[in-house]
Write a protein that binds this ligand. Sequence first.
Ligand code: AHR
Length: 531
Amino acid sequence: MNHILRRSAAALLIAGAAATAAAEKPAVITLNLDPSQASTVIPPEIYGQFAEHLGSCIYGGIWVGPESSIPNTDGYRNDVLQAFRDLKIPVIRWPGGCFADEYHWRDGIGPKEQRPRMVNSNWGGTVEDNSFGTHEFFNFCELIGAEPYLSGNVGSGTVEELAKWVEYITAEDGPMAAERKQNGREKPWKLKYLGVGNESWGCGGSFRPEYYADVYRRYQTYCRDFNGNHLYKIASGASDYDYNWTDVLMRRAKDNMDGISLHYYTVTGWDGSKGSATEFTDDDFYWTMGKCLEVEDIIERHDSIMTGYDPKKRIGLLVDEWGTWWDVEPGTNPGHLYQQNTMRDALVAALSLNVFHRHADRVKMANIAQVANVLQSMVLTEGDKMILTPTYHVFRMYIPHQGARFIPIDLQGVPTIEVPSERSATPRILPMVSATASENDGVVTLSLANVNLRSPYTIRIPLTPLVSDKKFKTIGINGEILTSKNVSDYNTFDNPDLVSTASFSDYKINKKEGTLSVTLPPASIVNLTIK
Ligand code: AHR
């Protein structure tokens, strides 16, 4: 079925449910959570980002060069630096993506004017001048306080090239360290996350899994731990539903890896139109929510394969590329993947992060694609202007979940609708409300998302297990909401705050009943901190 047919089918299935919801009083949903059940720590790295040499992600988005008239610190845009610091980005993956397997790191060190140029053949044939290289990336990570995650070139590189890159970055002494020092960096950097190839089944070399497993084993052998640095080695993993890739890699290389990646995009129509980022029907919207939630089934299946080989869950599943992928904005270079970002994207972000939380025992990192100006980005830039996207606001609202302990949630009475599934004749059940909670230092953070475009919902939460003060006298609640008049609203350089957060107070404590009732407007994300 092509995506047009799929979406027409969605119309039939959704119409009934939406009409019913609109006619009735808001359904009351019961949400139970007990902080004493909090267990798995949500790895902060689930809030990771991805920056590729693609379109204006690096050049223009992060890096403008020290000579630029755009306010900058050593070449990095000040507005973007601040936005990223505020987001507490734990880890950032670079230089690709597909670009990584054509990147030769030696081209990006030394005096800028002597750096060779190359054609970025994956992404629009743009000429890359290599002015943003290893030093620029590692210094950037230091400036925003993020852990670097390097994606190494396996497809068109050599074992020696990757081994020497690790040495150049992390060794205190020796020939590579001497070269680094000559290029202005005395102290080695720390490098934890090392990806050995990217999408090695595709743009990273078109490998078959058996062959890649052996290549992986060979490459990682020569990537050494220098001077107390300890590498966390990541094998290039599957795309979406390719369970065989995970099985073969685990069988043949599990003892040589700390993590394996997974890429999953909320996208349709790889061979044609993916749909506009900003103009979409209700049916398109619900289809997108269903497609985004499919990542949960996929994670569960990869996890169960991994568990067959690694029952103690030592090896992490790293969703190191995810997010929405729409048609590029009209008039922009099709190879630069520049797209707008609406409340629909914000809801995809919230639902996806909720899924990652639920699987935090296996999902040790996730990197949304990408941090600036590409796909589902955090910021968009134009000349000296920068705007924060609705997705940025979700990541900012969710900060308290980073490193907090996950609390399982029991939701009762959530209305559902059926949406067509990409992979099966059986429709997918889409719950209208999604929630996640965590505890840190006695503070519970509860994030709630309502994906119904027409109906509000009231969420009733028994307070007794939640707060120790049985009379609810000292309970302190802070609320914040992200919503907008239309789900297709987005921020522009002329109207940068159309979609942004506001304080939220549509909740009531019923002391007699011992409950907290929260009313979620249609298409909204609400964050509550409770102590
Ligand atoms: O994020 C854009 C591209 O999507 C990446 O370069 C590649 O790894 C994936 O196919």
